[in-house]
Design a protein around this ligand. Structure first.
Ligand code: AMP
Ligand code: MG
Length: 288
């Protein structure tokens, strides 16, 4: 099954999240069935990233959004970790600081976008400015409602600068969220993830759903598409996200750059050095 095609929100399409099954798992019965496929994707990602890093023609921006416990961090641990820290950054966007609030909403975001050769992951993003901000009316509607256009323009600017953009909405059911909250309460290794806001935000589920539907409809564009990732099964989420990133990088036809030096001359230097033998230990080779 082509997950990229199946899970992409077609630009301009009407979105009713009720119609997307968060427990969907494609043709796979269990995590075990998908294990080989995930391992293959992860290995391919590492290989493709080396080419992206070497070629420095394209950059990749990955946006992760979802309600609390949807698996944004988990996706970083399991999928993004396939990429080398050498060419990857992850930025987690929290409540804006006072200084950030004195600027336009994209001011704090822009410096974290990737350059060509880099992969940048946003764990939450500028989309919070049409999500939590909208749901809690942190600014008037007249302000947040203009932001969809600003976001599309911003992403267009990035795309025109060689940045490929993939946006993942990690879709879970309310029951699955409650189950994950329960696990967090009971498992000492997960208790640190609990926040005061978690249950309070749950009460706004329908408002968030509406806000998500709206942004999926307004900001899924050919140059920066959204994908609704069924995320009740963590293994399927990892599989889908890794597959979409892999297929997208594959399409870029990335090539390792040609050497910038005269290889024949360097080879001659090399052979001359071999003929001279090892550097003298006493002089540290300074007299050669
Ligand atoms: P977490 O990702 O669970 O660590 O929580 C980060 C919190 O910061 C979430 O409650 C977000 O809704 C909040 N947040 C992120 N960006 C913004 C924003 N632009 N305005 C207000 N709250 C935000
Ligand atoms: Mg949280």
């Amino acid at each position: 099954m082509n997950l990229r095609k199946k899970l992409m929100v077609a630009p301009g399409a009407k979105v009713r999240l009720k119609k997307f099954d968060p427990a969907f798992r494609g043709d796979y019965g269990s995590a075990e069935d998908a294990r080989k496929e995930l391992a293959r994707n992860v290995a391919r990602l590492a290989d493709l990233q080396q080419k992206l890093y070497g070629e420095k023609k394209h950059g990749l921006l990955i946006v992760l959004q979802g309600l609390d416990a949807a698996g944004k961090d988990g996706t970083c641990w399991h999928v993004v970790s396939a990429m080398s820290p050498l060419g990857t950054t992850v930025t987690s966007f929290k409540q804006p600081t006072e200084e950030e609030l004195r600027h336009d909403f994209l001011w704090r975001v822009h410096p974290h976008t990737p350059g060509r050769g880099q992969i940048a992951v946003f764990n939450r993003s500028h989309y919070e400015d049409v999500l939590v901000v909208r749901v809690h009316e942190l600014v008037p509607k007249a302000v947040w409602s203009t932001r969809y256009d600003r976001i599309n323009e911003f992403e267009r600017l990035l795309a025109d600068s060689g940045i490929t953009i993939l946006k993942f909405f990690l879709h879970i059911s309310p029951e699955e969220q409650l189950e994950r909250f329960r696990q967090r309460l009971e498992d000492p290794a997960r208790q640190w993830k609990i926040s005061e806001a978690d249950y309070k935000e749950r009460a706004y589920w329908d408002d968030y759903t509406e806000a998500y539907q709206d942004l999926l409809e307004k900001t899924s564009t050919p140059h920066a598409p959204w994908f609704v990732i069924p995320s009740n099964h963590k293994w399927f989420r990892n599989l889908a996200v890794s597959e979409i990133i892999e297929a997208t990088l594959d399409d870029l036809d990335l090539k390792l750059p040609k050497p910038t030096v005269d290889l024949d001359r360097i080879r001659a230097d090399y052979h001359a050095a071999v003929a001279r033998g090892p550097a003298d230990a006493d002089t540290g080779g300074k007299d050669r």
